[in-house]
Design a protein around this ligand. Sequence first.
Ligand code: SAH
Ligand code: SF4
Ligand code: F3S
Length: 476
Amino acid sequence: MENIIKDLDIISPEQDASCEAAPRISVESNTGKARKLYIESYGCQMNFSDSEIVTSILHENGFDTTADLESADLILLNTCAIRENAEQKVRHRLKHLVGQKKRKPALMIGVLGCMAERLKTKLLEEEKIVDMVVGPDAYRDLPKLISEADEGQKAVNVFLSREETYADITPVRLNSNGVSAFISIMRGCDNMCSFCVVPFTRGRERSRDAHSIVAEAQDLFDKGYREVTLLGQNVDSYKWESEDKSEKVNFAQLLERVALVHPDLRVRFSTSHPKDITDEVLYTMKKYENICNYIHLPAQSGNSRVLEIMNRTYDREWYMDKIRSIRNILGEDCGISSDMIAGFCTETEEEHRDTLSLMEFVKYDYAYMFAYSERPATPAAKKYTDDIPEDVKKRRLNEIIELQNLHSRERNKRHVGKVHRILIEGTSRRSENDLCGRNSENVMAVFPRGNYQKGQYVNVMVTDSTGGTLIGHIVE
Ligand code: SAH
Ligand code: SF4
Ligand code: F3S
């Protein structure tokens, strides 16, 4: 099976395997600060983006960063709790760090992010080597928590905030190729999908000041970046109001403001929720060439009963109508991707086949696909039994993956024989002589280097495709 998703915890659109990978760990910075921070991120892009905020805070408070675990004075793991195996991964990592701490007793270890928020002080009891547990809204408190830990106390702050957006903090770009960056536009989630831990780990939804978002996009453009991705769990419910209430900005309006920063700045966004995405957003996408023709619109299931007990608040018909609107307004070419969960509580074979048939209807360009993993204290864990046997979940998941692979190949074929505008992101992993970058629909293309470099736009004639990549050459 080609292109099978091995790492089910990496869930947000990220760089294709054929392109230079963005680092998940901190990069080296040597500005003569007293101590070294090593930070490693798990989970979604929101977490990666938060690690950039954490690094910024600690740069101001006596830390340089390092990519070398051995030379670190402080190790931070920014963790994910979305599925059981996401947490397992962190537990294994912590076991691995035990030896490290024995060799260097002054070494401090902190757990940040969603797993920290979910487990709180329990994490200190269960994982003895952890010195600090810090939730996603408490990063400004890190310098204080570090000094507490310096004095030998275990330090914890897991308060969730209704206001914190870190709007004034300029992130230190860790996960970036210098071309494409993420901008967090909101935090938290108010949706309460029954399977999901995010509302508990990230708290209430809040939108960041629109001016600070536009200023960040402008600053990135001035520094040579050519693509920004606006991030939120549910970007369509972005809603910001100025303090004097004279200015109100919804997501479509924000998108327009960011698109107006410069025609050469590509704008992407993630994630859209099927219940909230509006035609206004679709028309704004159509109006601006530099807003990419790509929407991540997670369905989760193709069956209305399952969607109802998932508390997604839309049904199959509603979802299909949204797809029709996208096709009507933005055309057949608009890239669409999804998230799917196989084997949610009580899902029957027939209901599973509805997911497959919805996929046939949409023909997604790409999808992130998962077996249901029960998360303690979520509404689904309280109300329903996780009753689909593991082997059945796996089989259903594999059917979903196989069908998606077929669709990805089919959809990518439509790009062959056409010229695409590609933003060069870097050197191809497979060959030093090739460059790589995406088209507007978010598909990665690989092509011989010529005299070009990352950050430039080129026209690429696509001559071949696979399920994951387009192959071509630059045309003048
Ligand atoms: N806010 C986004 C996604 C956040 S989590 C949205 O609403 O779509 C990313 C994906 O992880 C979800 O879309 C879902 O497909 C998956 N996921 C969340 N909780 C899960 C669970 N308990 N088991 C399996 N997959 C899960
Ligand atoms: Fe979770 Fe649903 Fe919120 Fe997405 S919209 S983060 S799936 S509760
Ligand atoms: Fe993201 Fe995982 Fe938290 S998906 S929001 S890091 S639970």
